[in-house]
Design a protein around this ligand. Structure first.
Ligand SMILES: [Zn+2]
Ligand SMILES: [Zn+2]
Length: 398
């Protein structure tokens, strides 16, 4: 049996240094060709090619998801299965304003560093390509439904930000579409023959504003008019609102969805229209970071000179499909500052920062931290046991 020593942080940092040029080139390549959810074909190709060249066995699609992949490096003997997660989708208008190019290149670099520093590692080191995180795509939920995370002991990723935190609350989020159907008519000659779906949508949005004072301060209701009619001289027969409903827990968000549904039905009743409420994607669950693993990550990146601590529980938060995974297995999703404090997420400023040298310096550190946690999970049974115990305790009924 091969004895394997835990590589020092320094040894992993040296590997990341050697991988830096390719990591940065891949990141900039992905950044320069932003692709929306489930259409990330270029990123998929660039990432899987790099992994295949490095000796990973690549499955380059998962149950009809063309831009998902699973790349595994099997060890010399049985052991834990540790996955690094790569996101690589961009946003309409702002391209890589969420910096997923850094997540993707950093995840691959971290996995490569582990297998280079630990060629005789036990268990499995994987990079799982999780497309469609933005715009309610729920790529990770679909991958979980396809069984990709069965047998995975821990999933690790980092996310770029304007500040560094090891853990951060994220909200549960429902993604709704509310379709109103009325009756079209000439808007001047015979409007009384029509029933305006747009009027229903307006009334519905006003109802949400009236509701807002009477929901918990942790809740968020926000949306757009996705369809407001076709022409000013036609009473709109169709109108649609797309809406996210968020709160701290899935149960709270679900309860709020029922009140939103009632508001939609009320607006339809008042305007003589019909309404259909549907989900545009799966509910995003609240996030439950593994504090045990996040602290190990924090310890590593602090040693590399990065200032990081757990996030404040009451800080404003978004949502991500990593929340759903965090209900299934231990995960970490630390944020790493790659831009000046105050730089908004999903902005042009964040997009520009995500292509800069500072962002790549920080991604190198983050990838080293992820590699260190992965190596510890492979070799230190005590750490995996602690993460499992924490996970089980979090799932215990209150
Ligand atoms: Zn993101
Ligand atoms: Zn985002």
């Amino acid at each position: 049996m091969t004895r394997t020593e835990l590589p020092t942080l320094h040894a992993l940092a040296v590997e990341l240094g050697a991988l830096r040029t390719r990591m940065e080139a891949v990141s900039l390549d992905v950044h320069a060709r932003p692709e929306l959810k489930f259409a990330e074909h270029h990123a998929h190709q660039v990432l899987t090619r790099w992994l295949a060249e490095a000796g990973f066995a690549v499955t380059d699609q998962v149950r009809g998801m063309d831009t998902a992949f699973v790349a595994v490096h099997e060890g010399m003997r049985p052991g834990p299965y540790v996955a690094l997660l790569a996101e690589y989708d961009a946003l309409p208008g702002v391209g890589h304003g969420c910096g997923h190019n850094l997540i993707a290149a950093g995840a691959v670099a971290a996995a490569l560093a582990v297998v280079r520093a630990l060629p005789a590692h036990p268990g499995t080191v994987a990079v799982i390509g999780t497309p469609g995180e933005e715009m309610g795509g729920a790529g990770k939920v679909r991958l979980a439904e396809a069984g990709v995370f069965e047998g995975v002991d821990a999933a690790l990723m980092f996310h770029p930000s304007d500040r560094s935190v090891t853990t951060q609350r994220a909200l549960a989020a429902a993604h709704l579409r509310i379709d109103f159907t009325g009756v079209s008519a000439h808007a001047a000659k015979s409007p009384w023959d029509g029933r305006s779906a747009l009027a229903a949508a307006q009334l519905f949005l006003n109802a949400l504003d009236s509701l807002r004072q009477f929901v918990p301060p942790t809740a968020r209701l926000h949306g757009i008019v996705a369809d407001g009619g076709q022409a000013p001289n036609v009473v709109p027969a169709h109108a649609a609102v797309e809406l996210y409903v968020r709160d701290r827990t899935t149960a709270a968000a679900e309860a709020l969805v029922e009140r939103v549904r009632a508001a939609a039905e009320g607006a339809a009743l008042a305007t003589g229209t019909a309404v259909a409420v549907s989900e545009t994607g799966p509910m995003y669950a609240e996030r439950r970071d593994s504090a045990v693993l996040a602290e190990r990550f924090g310890r590593a990146v602090r040693e590399l000179g990065l200032d990081i601590a757990p996030g404040e529980p009451d800080e404003p938060a978004g949502s991500s499909d990593i929340g759903n995974l965090s209900q299934l297995l231990p995960v970490i999703h630390p944020y790493i500052r790659i831009a000046p404090p105050g730089t908004p997420a999903h902005s042009e400023a964040m997009r520009e920062a995500a292509a800069g040298p500072f962002a790549h310096d920080r991604t190198e550190i983050a990838a080293t931290g992820l590699a260190r946690v992965a190596a510890e999970l492979l070799l230190d049974g005590g750490l995996l046991a602690a993460a499992r115990a924490e996970f089980a305790a979090g799932r215990a009924p209150a």
